[in-house]
Design a protein around this ligand. Structure first.
Ligand SMILES: Cc1ncc(COP(=O)(O)O)c(C=O)c1O
Length: 378
């Protein structure tokens, strides 16, 4: 009996538990900045839509309602600079983590196939490739995989978790061109796209892989994955979608129909409300911006510098002056835990990240101010 090699992975967050204990011992309590889980309420406009759709006696469709797919198409046009998407080429998913984890398997990738993902990355890209029996390749360099016929899937994550780096139009277009040359599918995980802080992305937006400047006006070989978890504080709803190449979406739809991977009907209704109301997204963005403005200078008070982090929910931090690979994230995690502040060790995101810690903006205002006070020695 053969099981896929998941790299001997214990769930990495378990190794953070002793540090959580240490942080909890602080007399003014723990400030947990380790996980990017939204802490603010789900907006009323979304909750009302969920409640109104509570009578869900029949099975929902795997493809999603046409209202939902039209809402996704409208959102891409309005918010992402992607006009004219085909509603048939939209597919709701049960959160985006399941899509990330299962996509290589759903595409029937396996032994001999290579799945490229960013060098410093959300670990699910790697696990998903291994689960399928494929080989993950962690790199940010197109040269490392261009021209290779065994590369079948290339993950892009912009804005990135954990680095907060944003890929510009030219960088994305290079990935697309190299992938199209070898017939590989590019899937861009864009779940932080509505949370850009620095220019030019704050005013011009974060480019999508489906942006015509990137795609050349064709979705061939491209998928964009998006999640409403972060922008709309509904991680508990498990609401996300992919859109792009109609043939790939049609294939995924058929497979998912067989497997019963269906977004619940009330969640589909809630997604329509979330995708057609930009006001709550703008308001939430300002909440995070204020928290970021409090935490960013405070990290400097304890000698941490922030790299990347132009967008997204994290401050990607390391001891000022230390080279990336020299630092020891666990000693920083320990020092901050002694201040009662829990952060994520970079080591969870790949060997290149072991000098960094990830500081999430997802704590309430009171806790964020408390963290800043402790970092400033108050
Ligand atoms: C890069 C990235 N992709 C996907 C997800 C999963 O989001 P969800 O499953 O809530 O849609 C996350 C969550 O933190 C993430 O950081």
């Amino acid at each position: 009996m053969g099981f896929a090699d998941l790299g001997g992975l214990a769930y990495p967050w378990d190794s953070l538990l002793p540090y959580a204990e240490r942080a909890r011992a602080h007399p003014r309590g723990i400030v947990d900045l380790s996980i990017g889980t939204p802490v603010d309420p789900t907006p009323a406009v979304v909750r009302d839509a969920l409640a109104a759709a509570g009578d869900a006696h029949g099975y929902p469709t795997t493809h999603g309602t046409s209202a939902l797919r039209e809402a996704v198409v409208g959102w891409f046009d309005r918010r992402r600079g992607v006009p004219g998407l085909d509603p048939d080429a939209v597919l709701p998913t049960v959160g985006s983590k399941e899509l990330v984890g299962l996509l290589p398997s759903l595409l029937r990738l396996g032994p001999g196939d290579v799945v490229v993902h960013p060098a410093t990355a959300y670990p699910t890209y790697d696990v998903g490739a291994r689960l399928a029996g494929a080989t993950p390749l962690a790199t940010d360099r197109v040269e490392d995989w261009a021209g290779r016929s065994d590369v079948r899937l290339v993950w892009v994550n912009s804005p990135g978790n954990p680095t907060g780096e944003v890929l510009g139009v030219e960088e994305l277009a290079r990935v697309v061109a190299a992938a199209r040359e070898i017939g590989a599918l590019v899937v861009s995980d864009e779940c932080y796209a509505e949370l850009a802080w620095e220019e030019p992305f704050a005013s011009q937006g974060v480019p999508s892989i489906l942006d015509p400047r990137v795609s050349g006006g064709s979705t061939q070989g491209l998928l964009a994955a998006y999640s409403l978890s972060k922008q709309s504080n509904l991680a508990g709803y498990r609401a996300a979608f992919v859109a792009g190449d109609p043939a790939v979406v049609a294939d995924l739809l058929t497979t998912r129909k067989h497997l019963g991977m269906i977004v619940p009907a009330p969640v589909q209704a809630a997604m329509v409300a979330a995708l057609t109301d930009d006001a709550h997204v703008a308001a939430q963005r300002e909440v995070y911006r204020r928290r970021r403005d409090v935490l960013l200078p405070a990290l400097g008070e304890v000698g941490l510098q922030v790299d990347g982090s132009q967008a997204g929910l994290y401050l990607w931090s390391r001891p000022a002056g230390a080279a990336d690979e020299q630092g020891d994230c666990w000693s920083v995690v320990g020092d901050l835990a002694d201040l009662g502040i829990l952060v994520g060790p970079g080591a969870f995101y790949g060997p290149a990240a072991a000098g960094h810690v990830r500081v999430a903006l997802t704590a309430g205002d009171e806790r964020v101010h408390e963290a800043a006070a402790r970092l400033s020695g108050r």
